[in-house]
Each structure stands twice: as structure tokens, then as C-alpha cells.
Design a protein around this ligand. Structure first.
Ligand code: AFP
Length: 330
């Protein structure tokens, strides 16, 4: 029988001296995502589809499930006893642990429901999380305390709600995948030490934005589209799921490159994706799987964050391709 997530985490405590409070927090997050997974699977039966009629801090329309998933994640994390505070893509500022609840040495950042536009059409979505050190457990955590580069992450991962619910995790010791068995309620390890091929023939980018991209990205994608007849001398295939969690999951499983570049539409936004909630945790997973992640200029994990909700251009996946598109930006 495959290993459970709980057993894997216990092994990491004994073989790599991983703090039991960190493994406790991850077990807690896994339990929480099971609750979200159940809601997702119920869809219209639970009345959770459709718009909530509100906007988040980014000015994006929130779906009912965005709000439900955010509430579940916030409650679970702040009641866990393992965190000093949490930050979510859906909330303006850090959320404090209630005065009567215990605090712990970690900060958790999350995108509670990535791929919102897929919710109502029954296509894969997910929850992304990143765990940072908080130092000595304390209250009244400032937003600035979350502004640590991706290299400081202690754990990162996502739970994808697709045909199967899977948890993908790194503690900096490789990338592990666990699949939820709905019969037993356990996550079982189904892949370990995932490695992404350095080269690929598959790319993912929202080509409808092509006219807005900067010259290096236009050049790179034009070359991919030219296939065998162009400078690349091979044909490429394209995919776009509109949920980063699903794009990264495909890349971890069968390779490829994912891009969400900066574009000319709103010069104040250096990309669409959020550094702290999406790019950092995904980039660490990709690096741990021997891939690469840049913003076209530097490794995403080296970016010193300046704001909780800051956006960033993202090129991640197969090393050779990410290096090539990055070199076009130099
Ligand atoms: P949400 O955070 O609103 O769910 O958006 C998901 C996302 O940021 C990312 O997961 C996708 O890669 C991207 O949006 C898809 O955006 P478009 O298809 O609209 O370009």
C-alpha cells in the first residue's frame, strides 16, 4: 500500500529534522483542502457556483467559491495553533489569529481558489499555499513581515481539484505528489522526486494577448508557432487551461513551459500573477523538480517583494525553454 501524507511527513521529521509544527501545519492544510474538495465536488448541489457579486483587493469579481474557500482556509489556519498570521490573495491585509487562539512560528500565504473562471464549467481549479517563517510566534503581524523572497519558503504546494484531488508538496526535499482516496479520506503518495525534462515541445500562454506582449515574448512565441519551418526546426503543441495550478500540474507530470508575461495594457502591472500567492510557491516546486522559473530577467525566487499583492511576469517549466525566452529579454 502506498505511503500516506501523514507517514511521509513523519518520516521527514525523523530523517530531515523537519519541525513537527511545520508538518502539523501541512497535515492541517491537507485536511482543510479536503473540505474545499468536497464543496467543489458538490457544485450546484451545494449552491456554490456563480458570482458572489463582490470584488477582491485586485478589483477582480469574486465567485462564491472564492469566498467560501477563503473562509475555510482562514479559519483552519488561524485556529491551527501553528501560525502567527495568514495572508490571502482575496484579502487586503494580513489576518491575525484571534486573541483566544494559540499562535505558532509560521506565516501562511494562499490563493484559496486558483482558476476561478473554471469553477462554473467543472474544469480543474486549485488551492496554492506558501509557508514562511514568522520568527518567534507573535501577534499583531504587519504585512511587511510577509515580504520575504521565495527562497525563504519552508514549504510550498497546491491541491488540485480535478478528476482526482491531488496534493503536490515541497519541503525543499524534492517534489512529492499525493492523491486523495475518497474511500479512506487519506492522501496517498503517488509520485516522488518529480523531475521535469529540460526540453519540451509543449507551451502554454494565452495567445489572445499576443498583440499586447513585449518584443522578446512576441519573438519567442512566433518562433514556437513557426514549428519545423522556423528557426526552432520542430513543431510545438499548445495548451491553456486558464488555471495556473493545472498548467503547473501538467508541466510537473509531462513537461512544458508556462508563460504569463507582462503586457502593455496596464503599465502599472508587471504581469497578472501574484508573486506571493502564486509565482513563489509554484516557482519553488518547479526548481525542486529541476525546472526553472524567471520573470524574464531574474529567478522569481530571488525577487525581493515590495507588496503583499504585487504582480510579476512568469516563465516557468522546462529549463532550456525558460532559459531561451529569458535570454531574449537580455
Ligand atoms: P484567478 O486567480 O482569478 O483564479 O485567476 C487565475 C489566473 O490568475 C491563473 O491561474 C491563470 O493562469 C490565469 O489567471 C488565466 O488568465 P486568462 O486565461 O484570463 O488569461
Amino acid at each position: 500500500m502506498a505511503k500516506t501524507l501523514a507517514l511521509y511527513l513523519h518520516e521527514m521529521e525523523t530523517t530531515h529534522a523537519i519541525d513537527p509544527r511545520l508538518t502539523g501545519l501541512i497535515n492541517h492544510l491537507a485536511e482543510t483542502c479536503k473540505e474545499i474538495s468536497f464543496k467543489v465536488s458538490q457544485g450546484a448541489l451545494a449552491g456554490i457556483l456563480g458570482s458572489a457579486g463582490s470584488e477582491n483587493v485586485q478589483g477582480e469579481t469574486q465567485k462564491k467559491l472564492d469566498i467560501i474557500a477563503n473562509e475555510i482556509m482562514c479559519r483552519a489556519c488561524t485556529e491551527s495553533g501553528f501560525v502567527s498570521a495568514v495572508a490571502s490573495e482575496e484579502m487586503d491585509h494580513a489576518l491575525q489569529v484571534p486573541a483566544d487562539a494559540e499562535i505558532g512560528p509560521y506565516l501562511v500565504l494562499f490563493d484559496p481558489l486558483d482558476g476561478s473562471s473554471n469553477i462554473d464549467i467543472n474544469v480543474s481549479i486549485g488551492t496554492i499555499f506558501s509557508i514562511l517563517p514568522a520568527g518567534t510566534p507573535h501577534r499583531d503581524v504587519k504585512d511587511e513581515e510577509f515580504l520575504q523572497s521565495g527562497r525563504h519558503q519552508l514549504a510550498a504546494g497546491y491541491v488540485i481539484y480535478g478528476p482526482q484531488t491531488q496534493l503536490v508538496l515541497t519541503l525543499g526535499l524534492g517534489v512529492m505528489m499525493f492523491t486523495l482516496d475518497i474511500a479512506t479520506g487519506n492522501f496517498y503518495q503517488t509520485a516522488q522526486n518529480v523531475v521535469i525534462d529540460e526540453s519540451t515541445k509543449e507551451f502554454a500562454i494565452n495567445c489572445s494577448n499576443m498583440r499586447h506582449w513585449e518584443a522578446p515574448v512576441q519573438r519567442y512565441v512566433t518562433e514556437l508557432l513557426a514549428g519545423k519551418t522556423g528557426v526552432r526546426q520542430k513543431d510545438f503543441n499548445m495548451r491553456w487551461v486558464a488555471a495556473m495550478v493545472a498548467e503547473v500540474h501538467r508541466i510537473l507530470n509531462r513537461g512544458g513551459i508556462f508563460m504569463y508575461p507582462k503586457d502593455h495594457r496596464d503599465p502599472s502591472k508587471p504581469g497578472k500573477l501574484r508573486l506571493m500567492y502564486e509565482a513563489n510557491p509554484m516557482s519553488w516546486l518547479i526548481e525542486q523538480a529541476h525546472g526553472k522559473a524567471t520573470n524574464g530577467h531574474e529567478n522569481i525566487l530571488d525577487i525581493e517583494p515590495t507588496g503583499l499583492h504585487q504582480r510579476v511576469a512568469v516563465f516557468l517549466g522546462a529549463k532550456e525553454e525558460v532559459e531561451l525566452v529569458t535570454s531574449y529579454h537580455q
